[in-house]
Ligand binder design. Structure first.
Ligand SMILES: Nc1nc2c(ncn2[C@@H]2O[C@H](COP(=O)(O)OP(=O)(O)OP(=O)(O)O)[C@@H](O)[C@H]2O)c(=O)[nH]1
Ligand SMILES: [Mg+2]
Length: 196
């Protein structure tokens, strides 16, 4: 059943539209980790939160469709980065808030998500580790879609620079917080998790 969180129903955007160059050009979300595709772990985590689970992907749509209510693709086919996926997700999202997570962080847990949702309002809410923002772990008010579109049309391609102008709310985590570890290389995929 969707939307077990009665306080807030959000859209969810799982970012899986990258080139995966460090994985030899393979589609990272579909690579297996602990016996299942990475996207399956994020799907299982976020499915109960939303009736609007969006996956940003630029290939293998037939595989991703199983895990989503909506698929979105970047407008341009030249991999302009995650902000392209956020832009497509914002255009499609059906709720006032959109939770964004990357496909390659399978240790994110419900408590981390709840700590983002707790600050839902008119400003972006973003994970920060020490002095480092983690711009792909965030909660975005979808009312910012016009602002994002304007920034995009002005040439902005950095999620952090975009929301940096919007007085983001930080959710602070330690530098050692294993939940934020992500998988970028075949070695980490096979052997475990590396720090971000
Ligand atoms: N929609 C979309 N998502 C992207 C794009 N580039 C990266 N992402 C996503 O952003 C997140 C972080 O990117 P990376 O970890 O660098 O993944 P990647 O770009 O596929 O991998 P590398 O090519 O090795 O850098 C991942 O969830 C990617 O799927 C893009 O051009 N479009
Ligand atoms: Mg990349």
């Amino acid at each position: 059943m969707p939307a077990s969180n009665a306080r807030l129903t959000c859209s969810v955007l799982l970012l899986s539209g990258g080139r995966g160059l460090r994985m030899g050009g393979r589609d990272k979300g579909l690579l297996e980790w602990r016996g299942r595709p990475l996207i399956a772990w994020l799907h299982d985590l976020t499915r109960p939160l939303s009736d609007d689970l969006i996956i940003s992907c630029n290939r293998n749509t037939e595989h991703y469709a199983h895990y989503a209510d909506q698929l979105v693709a970047d407008q341009d086919q030249d991999f302009q980065g995650p902000l392209a996926g956020i832009r497509a997700g914002m255009a499609a999202a059906r709720h006032e808030q959109m939770l964004v997570l990357p496909c390659d962080a399978p240790l994110v847990d419900r408590a981390l998500i709840e700590s983002l949702l707790a600050h839902a309002g008119s400003r972006p809410v973003v994970i920060r580790q020490g002095n480092y923002w983690q711009p792909l772990f965030c909660l975005l008010p979808t009312g910012l879609r016009d602002d994002l579109e304007h920034a995009w049309q002005s040439g902005e391609r950095s999620p952090q620079r975009w929301f940096g102008k919007l007085a983001p709310i930080a959710v602070d985590c330690t530098l050692e917080d294993a939940r934020l570890a992500n998988l970028n290389t075949p070695e980490t995929l096979a052997n475990g998790i590396s720090p971000c």
